[in-house]
Ligand binder design. Structure first.
Ligand code: SF4
Length: 215
């Protein structure tokens, strides 16, 4: 059992604007992950974004920059969005956990998967982002984010690119985390995974297009 607090709720501001939330998240001590990290990395994008993309947690580059998806995985995400015809400006990007969890190996900081209690502790921030942005489409990137929001039995490998029934948003879908593209063994596998990722995002773009035509 964790000895530290396990809930971000007391750190949430009364005013629920993205700016107020982002500032308050810097002071969050809702779990132990703030301690070794450089800073919290809150979501980024406009309140009016139609799409919200949720990953696992900031990585090394994101921790240093204070912005989500700015490292190599972020570049893959940008490529995927572009290939699917989703404007980056129309996308709000965030993570289920706002501090980088890592293990130091020499001078390198190696990503560690957050545990359930850490994801639960950080959940109020994501709930608040969903409340403010109210995206038309919610895309969960990778197994950690998908299980956090859709339940621990959800398997991205079985349901990637499907439109899912959920109260979270009118359109909900899950796909791989873009870092999975980078982990592929060779160029051919990377290209195939990149195309599959773009294809999953095209499903979301098409669903958004249908919503647009109805209005
Ligand atoms: S990971 Fe989340 S709950 Fe834990 S300290 Fe950071 S912002 Fe707070």
């Amino acid at each position: 059992m964790p000895e530290e607090p396990n809930d971000a709720t007391p750190f949430l501001p009364e005013r629920r604007s993205l700016t107020a939330l982002r500032e308050a998240a810097q002071e969050c001590r809702g779990c132990h992950l703030w301690r070794p990290a450089t800073q919290s990395v809150f979501g980024e994008g406009r309140k009016s974004s139609r799409v919200m993309l949720v990953g696992e947690q900031p990585g090394d580059k994101e921790d240093l920059a204070g912005k989500p998806f700015v490292g190599p995985a972020g570049r893959e995400l940008d490529r995927g969005l572009e290939a699917a015809g989703i404007e980056r400006e129309d996308a709000y990007v965030t993570n289920v956990v706002k501090h980088f969890k890592f293990e130091e190996r020499g001078r390198r900081r190696i990503h560690q998967t957050p545990k359930r209690f850490e994801i639960d502790a950080c959940g109020p921030w994501l709930d608040a982002e969903l409340d403010v942005v109210k995206p038309e489409a919610l895309v969960l990137l990778g197994g950690v984010a998908a299980k956090a929001l859709l339940g621990s039995s959800f398997k991205v490998t079985q349901h990637r690119g499907e439109l899912l029934e959920s109260e979270l948003a009118p359109i909900v879908s899950a796909t791989i985390h873009p870092s999975a593209i980078l982990r592929q063994r060779d160029d051919a596998s990377r290209a195939a995974e990149r195309e599959a990722f773009a294809e999953d995002l095209r499903v979301v773009a098409a669903a958004l297009g249908r919503v647009e035509r109805q209005h």
